[in-house]
Write a protein that binds this ligand. Structure first.
Ligand code: ADP
Length: 390
């Protein structure tokens, strides 16, 4: 039996009425959600159909475009062959990025800086898509050179009502994977937030979206460009919870139970600033996974400090999964206070027995660009290169 069958069997045996999928594995698996729906069990999240539409990046982009959401210029749908890819490269102007429509987690994306790189980018994105996701369809987008990653948290009641909970800035990335996230975004004004937030809330309201969702954008020169929608709660959702003072999981359960959302757009006001760092069991400087036994664990605490983790003394980190072992979230009256609190909390944290990314964050906190929030999605990679060169 596969894991979804076992979960459905567990529901039957225990009489569970609903399933909350977390944010991994099965949370964006339309087939699983369909099976849950077919068994008359409530899936705490959107419908299988919404997950299907947004899980295919080409369909997602077309749907969002039709709903009035601004998108990255690119191919109209899938790109069938290399000749078409080359023609599009010329039309859009290099650099361009070739993306697997089924891709995720930063995989299945290849950059072509010029015509000479197109063949390898096209073929590699296709084969990565096939190998990792069983689908070799790819599409092409203009590659934005210095954008920030800004994502809008939305929440729908499934009946045509929806709100937005502002943005998260997730520009500090390594290999297209988020490393640190914050809310509100240091580069986003209240007017921009209200404008793009309203576009997103309106889009999900129009499709009767239910529950939490994130609409991801690249942001460059004051413009937002849609890249994808995640139809689930995200790893970085606690920064939004901190600044809005809401429990998104409670809200998901309310909506799944047929209750109305407990807030309106007017109720949702930002209070202070929150930052999350992803603590991975990885060995620096190469970020190689570092599973093993935790010999000593001590979590930081105090006002404005939240540690989301399942660690304890003696816990053994298995080698089979993602290396994320803890999320440290801090909240302060403003960004300066949040950064100071993060530094203090990282200093209190003890995780012995395995290597972690904690030293990376301590070093980053000393960087002027991090202190001012002045970075784009490439900043961290460049910074890591210069650190290694020292
Ligand atoms: P995934 O589903 O694998 O997370 P996304 O489409 O969300 O893929 O993109 C992940 C990251 O890749 C973005 O945050 C950004 O850093 C980079 N990226 C994606 N599309 C573009 C683009 N058109 N131009 C520049 N960078 C991009």
């Amino acid at each position: 039996m596969c894991s979804s069958d076992l979960i459905l069997a567990a529901c039957e045996i225990t009489g569970a009425q609903a399933i909350h999928p977390g944010y991994g594995f099965l949370s964006e698996n339309a087939q699983f959600v369909q099976a849950v729906e077919d068994h008359g069990i409530t899936f705490i999240g959107p419908t299988a159909e919404h997950i299907r539409v947004m899980g295919d990046k080409i369909t997602a982009k077309e749907t969002m475009k039709a709903l009035g959401v601004p998108c990255v210029p690119g191919s109209k749908g899938g790109v069938p062959d290399l000749a078409t890819a080359q023609r599009l490269g010329e039309e859009l102007g290099y650099p361009v990025i070739v993306k697997a429509t089924a891709g995720g987690g930063g995989r299945g994306m290849k950059l072509a800086r010029n015509a000479g790189e197109m063949e390898s980018a096209f073929l590699t994105a296709r084969s990565e898509g096939k190998a990792a996701f069983g689908n070799d369809e790819v599409y092409i987008e203009k590659y934005l050179t210095t954008p920030r990653h800004i994502e809008i948290q939305v929440f729908g009641d499934g009946k045509g009502g929806a709100v937005h909970l502002g943005e998260r800035d997730c520009s500090l990335q390594r290999r297209h994977q988020k490393v640190l996230e914050e809310a509100p975004g240091p580069a986003i004004s209240a007017e921009e937030r209200a404008r793009i937030g309203a576009i997103c809330a309106d889009a999900v309201a129009k499709i009767n979206y239910a529950g939490a969702g994130t609409i991801e954008f690249l942001y460059e020169n004051g413009e937002f460009y849609f890249i994808e929608m995640n139809t689930r709660l995200q790893v970085e959702h606690p920064v939004t919870e901190a600044v809005f003072g809401v429990d998104l999981v409670r809200e998901q359960i309310r909506v799944a139970a047929g209750l109305p959302m407990s807030f309106t757009q007017e109720d949702l006001q930002i209070n202070g600033h929150a930052i999350e760092v992803r603590i991975n069991a990885e060995r620096l400087p190469n970020f190689s996974p570092c599973p093993g036994r935790i010999t000593q664990y001590h979590a930081p605490g105090g006002l404005g400090v939240r540690m989301d983790s399942a660690l304890y003394d003696g816990y053994v980190i298995p080698p089979y999964y993602d290396s994320l072992i803890a999320k440290l979230i801090v909240h302060g009256r403003d960004r300066t206070e949040a950064l100071a609190r993060l530094d203090r909390a990282l200093g209190e944290l003890i995780v012995d027995g395995v290597d972690t990314t904690v030293p990376l964050f301590r070093a980053l906190l000393g960087e002027p660009a991090v202190q001012t929030g002045d970075y784009n999605i490439h900043w961290l990679e460049h910074w890591l290169e210069t650190q290694m060169a020292v």
